[in-house]
Design a protein around this ligand. Structure first.
Ligand SMILES: C[S@@+](CC[C@H](N)C(=O)[O-])C[C@H]1O[C@@H](n2cnc3c(N)ncnc32)[C@H](O)[C@@H]1O
Length: 302
């Protein structure tokens, strides 16, 4: 299993997010918050909103689950929560930077596969495979093949992430697979949809907060770092700017453009909690699975 060479702008964005979030707001997670009506939408409350998201996620894990594979485990804090609750957890993380944090947090408590999920090879099997805001990063076809292989019969796939919705409007946001494409694809695999909860209203406020944090904290912090380097180590600063020119430009264009808003997110994305159950081996025919294209249950979270 090899790690990816080089670093994409999305990866760099996640790492910057982890550094700024931890440093300025004491955040431990990389996911959106779950904003309930009693929580005012303020950066100071993001920590609480993220806790609520993890509570929401873990409260929906089926009782029979004992072993979990946390794919794209970020900083490892969800895995830690799961282990504290008694689950046996393994993690997947392609980012060396984040993997180091996971090692520091979890030590030997969890096995960490440091690779992309699409490249994961193991004989281990799990009762539940979790994608908490990480499904958007994986190639869906290869991921669904791996998920099918890695799950025990009757095991569960839990995806909590946002997807693109086709509404004819153009969004400035990137990220997220097309929801319809995902439904069409998973219909070819032996899964039954058990729960489909739309948590867009609870997660969308994050976009306004993110925009504020980028403008007021991350951009000035980056500029200050470059100014500091420029003043003290001119040559190194120039070298860094030159070496990472494209990535820096992409991060600026994507994260500091001031155009990402909750309103835009609500129009063009849908944040879903999706729980699937793997059907037993005799269930192989694509046509039989076809009926599962339709969501079995779709409801809104409170
Ligand atoms: C937005 S973070 C979510 C982290 C964590 N699950 C959480 O909820 O806080 C996305 C995660 O997906 C991981 N990731 C990106 N591409 C991946 C891939 N191809 N396979 C597995 N994980 C991936 C990133 O390294 C990061 O840990």
């Amino acid at each position: 299993m090899s790690r990816r060479k080089g670093k994409s702008s999305r990866e760099l964005g996640l790492e910057l997010g982890a550094i700024c979030g931890k440093h300025f707001f004491k955040l431990e997670n990389l996911h959106y918050g779950y904003w309930t009506l009693d929580l005012s939408i303020d950066l100071a409350n993001l920590h609480k909103a993220q806790e609520q998201y993890t509570d929401f996620l873990t409260s929906h894990i089926p009782h029979e689950v004992k072993t979990i594979l946390d794919v794209g485990c970020g900083t490892g804090h969800i895995a830690q929560r799961l282990m504290d609750a008694g689950y046996n957890v393994d993690c997947v993380s392609p980012s060396h930077f984040l993997s180091e944090q996971v090692h520091a947090l979890l030590g030997d408590r969890a096995h960490l596969f440091e690779c992309m999920f699409e490249q994961l090879k193991t004989d281990r099997k799990y009762d539940l495979i979790l994608f908490s805001e990480s499904f958007q990063y994986v190639g869906m076809g290869k991921a669904l093949e791996n998920i099918t292989d890695l799950l025990n019969a009757g095991g569960c796939l839990l995806i909590c992430d946002f997807f693109k919705v086709e509404n004819g409007e153009k969004s400035v946001m990137s990220g997220g697979h097309k929801l319809q494409k995902f439904h069409d694809l998973i219909a070819h695999y032996p899964f039954e949809l058990v729960k489909d909860i739309d948590i867009t209203p609870q997660t969308a406020p994050n976009l306004d907060l993110f925009d504020t944090a980028m403008k007021k904290v991350a951009a000035p912090a980056l500029e200050a770092s470059f100014d500091y380097l420029n003043g003290r180590y001119k040559l190194i600063a120039r070298l860094l700017r030159w070496k990472y020119k494209k990535q820096i430009e992409r991060v600026y264009a994507k994260y500091f453009n001031g155009k990402r808003s909750a309103e835009d997110f609500r129009k063009c994305r849908t944040y879903r909690f999706l729980l699937y159950k793997k059907l037993y081996p005799h269930f192989t025919s694509i046509s039989t699975v076809e009926s599962h294209k339709k969501p079995v249950l779709c409801c809104s979270a409170k």
